[in-house]
Structures are given as C-alpha cells and as structure tokens.
Design a protein around this ligand. Structure first.
Ligand code: SF4
Length: 375
C-alpha cells in the first residue's frame, strides 16, 4: 500500500493506485538500474496497453534492472495529491520517481501529451528538460515518438520504433555511464549513438528500430492481472505487427510497417502459457488486421479444436470485411461474440478516396455469411 488509506477512501477507483496485482514483480533495488515506467493515461487504459506490458517484462527479465509502474491519476486523485503535497508514487514499491535512474514514458496517443506534463509535475520534476539536472533521465517511446516535435522540450531522449531491442541497449549504455561518469551530457551523447535513439539537440538523423523476426521477439508470458476492471481485461497474444493495407487516414498502418507475423506454433505456446499463468478465461488475438494473418485457417482450427472445448472465450478484433472466408466463420462460429468491421465510409467513392478497397459487394457478402452462421 503506497498512499494513505484515508486518501484512497476518497477517490472513485482506489484499486488503480494500490498495485499488488497477480504476477507483480517486486525487486530489491540495490545495484540495479531503476526505471519508473510511466503511462500517461489512467490505470485502466495503461494496463490494457501491450507495448507497456512488453517493456515492463523485458526490463524486469534482466537481473541488473527493475521496472516499476505509474499511471496518470484521475482528477480526483490528482487533486488530493496536490492538496496534500504527496508525489505520484510507483505502484510496486511506493517510491518517489526522484529515487529512480530513468523515467520512461510509453506514449501511444497524442491526446496524452498533456498528461506527460501532469506526471512530471506530480513527480516533483521540472517540466522542461532544460531545467532538469541529473537523474532521472526522462525518455519516451511508443507510437507517438516517430513524430516527437511537440514534446521535445519536455523529454531528454526518444526511442523510435519497436522498443524491444532498443530498451536493452539504452540500459547497457546507462549502466556503463553510471560506472564512469556523472555528466548527463556525456550520457546523452552516448545514447545518441544507439540506432533508434533520438536526442534533441544532438542527433541529426535517426532510423526507426524494427524487430525483424517477431517470432523470436520477447513476449510477456506472465503478464500482470489487474485487480480492477480495465479496458481490455483478458489474455492477449499479438499475432502480427504491421498491416498489409495502406488506408490513407491510418497512422498505425504506416508506423508499424513492415508486416511481421508470429508463427501459429508460437501463438499456441504463448496462449497456453499466458492462460495458465493468469487464469484468464478469455484471450484476444491482436493485430492491426487479424484477417490478413497468413495462417488464419490454422488459427481458426486452433480456436475451434483447443480453446472452445476448454471454455476459453476468444476475441479477434480488427477483421477486414473483404478477406474472411465462409470456412473461417464456420470454424469460429461457436464463439458468437460481437464482430466488428470498419468499412469507414458510406459510399464507394469515399472508400476509394481513403484507399479502403472494400466494395459494397464485400460488405453484403460478409453480412450474409455472418447472419447465416448465426450472428
Ligand atoms: S486495414 Fe486497418 S490497420 Fe490496416 S491500414 Fe487500413 S485502417 Fe489501418
């Protein structure tokens, strides 16, 4: 328990501020690189974010490092923290961020920018990086860092692209620096030499980091199980990263290129391990466009033959209306959960303009199939 009881009694969702979730990692900080991992939105949103969970797992898998989480508090909690002059604390140990080496933001949405400032302020840190001396180093990763200009004044350095590899290199450089120096400029200079790290004022160009083989990329098999309801409260396996399409309005479709897949064998292994380690009775197969997964029929068979008989409920978001076969719906028919399609525009002309490549015929064909299968 990190905050006083009487304070938690006065907020709407006290469970968001107490930590202690199932599968929580709590480490002795002695001699470790201490990273406060911040998600600039509420607990319910942040705990549903796969990237945040992956980075938490990678850092805590290292013997020499630890990651502890913090989220943007809801306005009731923020008001009370300010009123009582209590800093925002990490959920794992209840320590102030000032005791950490690195404060790392995971930024998925531009609308969260103002919450970055709120978190910095509630942690007792100067908002402007030019006014911060010493540690913690403030870094940012996640989808929004491919276009970091609006938040450059507040962040010391950015990790651009897939974070799985670059986070380890950042920790290695930090460790080396801490052994030999106390000069923050030297640290920033060393970090700027890592591929995929952008240090404002030092880096000239930066190349987005891309995990080449998603099948071999680290993936959390013991994710935290939230002790309150969150947006996506289920086991999650990312089956594919990137999207084969090029819908003109879609930021994710461009930022996560190229398309990379996990093999069906890996998906099965991860599903088994995550379901066993969490006790979840629902699993989501995540990607930008699940119906473009190259072994969709194999995945459907796995769902039908292994998951449904074990009473595991399945969610497959992001189905394209034009790529699903009768066989697929027949195979997953027993799930009978809501299906979501996104034709995006009501006329063929507009769908063509945004490069959606879906015809009216595709839409009605899919409606026919799903209604025939009982949805
Ligand atoms: S299919 Fe979906 S994820 Fe892919 S580019 Fe279009 S909108 Fe984006």
């Amino acid at each position: 328990m990190n905050y006083p009881f009487d304070l938690l009694y006065r907020v709407k969702k006290p469970a968001s501020y107490i930590g202690s979730e199932y599968n929580l990692v709590k480490k002795n900080p002695e001699g470790k690189v201490k990273i406060a991992l911040a998600f600039p939105d509420t607990y319910e949103v942040g705990m549903s974010n796969l990237g945040f969970s992956i980075i938490y797992d990678i850092i805590n898998s290292r013997e020499d490092s630890l990651a502890e989480r913090l989220f943007a508090p809801w306005v009731d909690m923020e008001g009370l923290l300010r009123e009582r002059k209590i800093p925002l604390l990490t959920l794992e140990s209840g320590r102030s961020v000032k005791e950490f080496d690195i404060l790392a933001f995971s930024i998925s949405y531009e609308l969260n920018y103002s919450n970055i400032l709120t978190i910095l302020d509630l942690c007792g840190l100067s908002i402007l990086s030019s006014e911060r001396e010493g540690l913690p180093l403030v870094i940012a990763g996640g989808q929004c860092t491919t276009h970091p200009s609006p938040i450059i004044p507040f962040i010391d350095c950015f990790a651009i692209g897939d974070g799985e590899e670059v986070i380890n290199e950042i920790i290695d450089v930090f460790k080396e620096w801490k052994l030999n120096s106390r000069d923050k400029k030297e640290l920033l200079l060393s970090l700027s030499k890592i591929d995929g790290v952008y240090v404002p004022g030092i880096s000239k160009t930066v190349k987005r980091r891309i995990i080449k083989d998603l099948d071999k990329a680290p993936y959390p098999t013991k994710p935290l199980v939230p002790n309150t309801e969150v947006i996506h409260d289920r086991a999650v396996v990312e089956i594919m990263r990137g999207c084969t399409r090029g819908c003109r309005f879609c930021e994710a479709g461009f930022l996560y290129r190229p398309v990379r897949e996990r093999s069906l064998e890996t998906i099965k292994r991860l599903s088994t391990e995550i379901l066993a380690s969490t006790g979840y009775e629902e699993i989501g197969f995540l990607s930008l466009s699940a119906s473009d997964y190259s072994n969709l029929e194999g995945l459907a068979r796995y769902i039908k033959e292994s998951l449904i008989p074990s009473y595991i409920s399945v969610s497959i978001p992001s189905l394209r209306i034009d790529t699903i076969s009768d066989e697929f719906y027949e195979a997953i028919g027993e799930i009978k959960r809501g299906l979501t399609f996104a034709p995006e525009a009501g006329t063929q002309r507009l769908r063509d303009v945004i490069n959606k490549n879906i015809t009216e015929e595709d839409i009605f064909r899919t409606i026919d199939i799903v209604s025939r299968e009982g949805w």
